[in-house]
Design a protein around this ligand. Structure first.
Ligand SMILES: Cc1cc2nc3c(=O)[nH]c(=O)nc-3n(C[C@H](O)[C@H](O)[C@H](O)COP(=O)(O)OP(=O)(O)OC[C@H]3O[C@@H](n4cnc5c(N)ncnc54)[C@H](O)[C@@H]3O)c2cc1C
Length: 445
C-alpha cells in the first residue's frame, strides 16, 4: 500500500493549492482525483463540434477585490482579458422585458436608493476574509434573502431587480439563500453597484492554465479516476479507499471534495456535527450554465431577470461561426441545458425570434463529483455551521471554496481554503516531527 505524508482528495483549485503548499513545506504529497481531468468545477473545453473553447464552469475573477486569486495570477504571470461591453439590455422584471440600460422610471429611484443604502450598511457589518461568515452579531442576517428584501416594502420592479442578482449569482431562488451569504459578496466587492460592474476579467487560455501552473510548480503527482469512497483515521495514520478497493495511506488527508458530495464518502470516525449536517442538508447552489450559438450579432446583449428562465444572459464572444451567448438559470427553472428547444425558448424570452443554432452545457447538478454548482448557504446554515467547517477532524483536514471565509463559492475562496487546510496540516506535521526529534534526543542522551 502506497504511503505518503499528505493525500489530497480532489484536483480543483482548493486541492491544487493545498497540494502545492504541502509539498512546498517539504512533505510528500499524492493527489487523488475522481475525474479524468483537472479543474473540478472549472472546465475549459470546446463547444460541441466547434473550434471555440469556452468555460463550462467557473470563469470570471475580480483580482482587485479577490486577493488570493490575484496573488496566484501575479505569481505565475498570467494574462487576463475582459468580457465585452454591452450595447443592448434586457431586464426581466415587473412581468415584462424592459429594453433599456436602466430599468426604472425616476419615481422608483428613491426606493432603490433606500434598499441599496441598507444593503451597504448591513454589508459593512461583515468582517470579510477575517473569519468564517458565521460571526457573532450577524444572526439577524442569516434569513432568506427574499424575507430580508420584503421588509423594505419595495415597488415591484425594484424588488424584482434586487432579487434577480442573487438568483443569478447563487444559482437558487432568493428564498433558498441566506441573506448573510448574499450580503457578504457585496462586502467583498465593496459596493452594490460594483457587483454588477466588476466581474469582467477572465484568464487567457482558460482556467486550466492556472490550475496546471499551480500543480506543476512542485511537480505534483495526480492519480486520475480515483473515486474515493472511504477515509479511515486510525489515530496514527489515515487509510483512503477508492471505489475499486485500492488503498492509500498517509499521515494526513486533505479533503477538497465539495460539501454536496461528502455523503458519498464513508468517514470513520464519522464527521463532526456541522460537517455531517451540511453533508445531509446540502448547500443550495444548482445553477444551469448554458452556451447558445446564434447567428453573428452586431451588438452585444446583456440581460438579467427574475421571472425569466435564464436569470442572466450575455454575449460573450463573436466569431465567424456566430455569437456565443452565455446564460445561467437557477434551480427552480429546471432547464435542461442539453435540450436545444428548451434553451431556444429560454433565450427567446430575452431576444424574441432569435435563432439558436446549437447549445452546449455541462450538468453539474447531476455530476456525482459536484452534485450542485457553487456555494450558496441556505438560511440558517451560515451561523450554525460555517465556523466549524474549517476545523480539522483528527488527521483529516477540509479545504474547498464552499468553506472559505471570504469568497465562498469562487476560485478565490477555493485558493484561500486550500491554503488554510495545508497550513493546518503542515503545522501539525512539523509539530509531530519536532516531537519525534525530541524523543530521539532523549533516547540517545
Ligand atoms: C457553472 C459554474 C460557474 C461558475 N462561475 C464562477 C465564476 O465565474 N467565478 C468564480 O470565481 N467561480 C465560479 N464558479 C465556482 C468555482 O468554479 C468553484 O467555487 C471552484 O472552482 C471550486 O474549487 P474547489 O477546488 O473548491 O472545488 P472543486 O472544483 O469542486 O474541486 C473538487 C475536486 O474534488 C473531486 N472529487 C469530488 N469527490 C471526489 C471523490 N469522492 N474522490 C476523488 N475526487 C473527488 C472533484 O472531481 C473535483 O476535481 C462557478 C462554478 C460553476 C459550476
Amino acid at each position: 500500500m502506497e504511503s505518503v505524508d499528505v493525500i489530497v482528495i480532489g484536483a480543483g483549485f482548493a486541492g491544487a493549492t493545498a497540494a502545492r503548499d504541502s509539498a512546498e513545506a517539504g512533505h510528500s504529497v499524492l493527489v487523488l482525483e475522481g475525474r479524468d481531468r483537472l479543474g473540478g468545477r472549472t472546465w475549459y473545453k470546446h463547444f460541441r463540434g466547434k473550434e471555440k473553447a469556452l468555460e463550462f464552469g467557473g470563469t470570471w475573477i475580480a483580482p482587485d477585490q479577490q486577493r488570493y486569486v490575484k496573488a496566484e495570477i501575479e505569481r505565475y504571470g498570467l494574462e487576463l482579458f475582459q468580457s465585452p461591453t454591452y450595447d443592448k439590455f434586457g431586464w426581466g422584471i415587473g412581468g415584462e422585458i424592459i429594453n433599456a440600460p436602466f430599468p426604472f422610471p425616476a419615481s422608483d429611484w428613491p426606493a432603490l436608493e433606500r434598499v441599496i443604502a441598507r444593503i451597504d450598511s448591513d454589508s459593512d457589518r461583515i468582517r470579510f476574509y477575517e473569519e468564517p461568515l458565521g460571526q457573532p452579531g450577524l444572526e439577524d442576517l442569516d434569513i432568506p434573502f427574499s424575507d430580508y428584501v420584503d421588509r423594505f416594502d419595495l415597488p415591484d420592479r425594484v424588488r424584482d431587480f434586487i432579487l434577480a442578482w442573487p438568483a443569478f449569482y447563487f444559482g437558487a431562488y432568493p428564498d433558498k439563500l441566506s441573506a448573510l451569504h448574499v450580503l457578504s459578496w457585496n462586502t467583498g466587492f465593496g459596493s452594490a453597484v460594483g457587483w454588477y460592474l466588476f466581474l469582467v476579467d477572465k484568464i487567457v487560455g482558460g482556467t486550466g492554465v492556472l490550475i496546471e501552473r499551480i500543480l506543476h510548480d512542485q511537480q505534483l503527482r495526480v492519480e486520475y479516476n480515483v473515486d474515493v469512497r472511504q477515509v479511515r483515521d486510525h489515530g496514527d495514520h489515515v487509510v483512503v479507499t477508492a471505489e475499486d478497493g485500492t488503498q492509500y495511506t498517509a499521515k494526513h488527508v486533505i479533503v477538497t471534495a465539495p460539501i454536496n458530495t461528502w455523503e458519498r464518502i464513508d468517514f470513520s470516525p464519522s464527521l463532526p456535527y456541522s460537517h455531517q449536517a451540511m453533508a445531509t442538508e446540502k448547500q443550495a447552489g444548482e445553477s444551469v450554465k448554458i452556451w447558445a450559438l446564434v447567428p453573428k450579432q452586431d451588438e452585444a446583449f446583456f440581460g438579467v431577470g427574475i421571472h425569466t428562465t435564464l436569470k442572466w444572459l450575455a454575449t460573450e464572444y463573436t466569431t465567424d461561426e456566430g455569437s456565443y451567448l452565455c446564460g445561467f438559470a437557477s434551480a427552480e427553472a429546471d432547464l435542461d441545458g442539453s435540450d436545444l428547444e428548451a434553451v431556444t425558448r429560454a433565450v427567446q424570452e430575452f431576444l424574441p425570434g432569435i435563432e439558436v443554432l446549437d447549445s452546449d452545457s455541462h450538468d453539474w447538478n447531476n455530476d456525482k463529483f459536484s452534485n450542485g454548482t457553487w456555494m450558496a448557504y441556505r438560511p440558517g446554515q451560515v451561523i450554525a455551521h460555517s465556523q466549524a467547517l474549517q476545523q480539522p477532524h483528527g488527521r483529516v483536514f477540509f479545504g474547498n471554496s464552499d468553506l472559505a471565509s471570504g469568497w465562498a463559492g469562487w476560485f478565490d475562496g477555493a485558493i484561500e481554503s486550500g491554503a488554510r487546510a495545508a497550513a493546518q496540516s503542515n503545522e501539525k506535521l512539523h509539530a509531530a516531527s519536532a516531537d519525534a526529534d525530541a524523543d530521539l534526543l532523549v533516547e540517545q542522551g
